[in-house]
Design a binder for this molecule. Structure first.
Ligand code: HEC
Length: 118
């Protein structure tokens, strides 16, 4: 096996690792936790952060309790709410803390994810 083969092997392993990414092929790999590169949002990253919402908003954003469901909400409403929580324009008990923890591209991904659930 030549050096060229070895290098090729390593780069295809990297492609496999990052094959979850909808950005596969672009320069920045989308890592699952995403903290290393929060600007890069892929499907696996979105699922990971959306799951942190389930504990209060219900599995898949379908609430059984007093906290509103996110599933099927208008994307623009979710986005607007996140921005208003972040700025404090909309009062909240806990949502400002969550809104502060995510980037605009993560808001986009979360809003698209929950609005698409039927
Ligand atoms: C610890 C519980 C908790 C978690 C976790 C949580 N939320 Fe919330 N969420 C709330 C509560 C409570 C409200 C009502 C506003 C308030 O008091 O903070 C709310 C309100 C909202 C609203 C407004 C909904 C509406 O119909 O008015 C949106 C949008 C929202 N949350 C999105 C999210 C997203 C996205 C996540 C995950 C990143 C998340 N929340 C995680 C508790 C939570």
């Amino acid at each position: 096996m030549t050096m060229k083969h070895l290098l090729f092997g390593a780069s295809s392993a990297a492609m496999l690792l990052f094959s979850h990414s909808s950005l596969a092929g672009e320069a920045a790999p989308c890592l699952i936790a995403g903290w290393e590169n929060p600007a890069s949002v892929c499907a696996a990253h979105t699922k990971t952060i959306a799951a942190t919402c389930f504990i209060c908003h219900g599995p898949n954003g379908k609430s059984n309790g007093a906290i509103p469901s996110l599933a099927g909400q208008d994307k623009a409403n979710i986005l607007g709410a996140m921005h208003d929580f972040k700025s404090g324009k909309r009062e909240s008990t806990v949502m400002q803390k969550y809104a502060l923890g995510y980037t605009d591209s993560e808001y986009e991904a979360l809003a698209a994810y929950f609005s698409a659930i039927k």
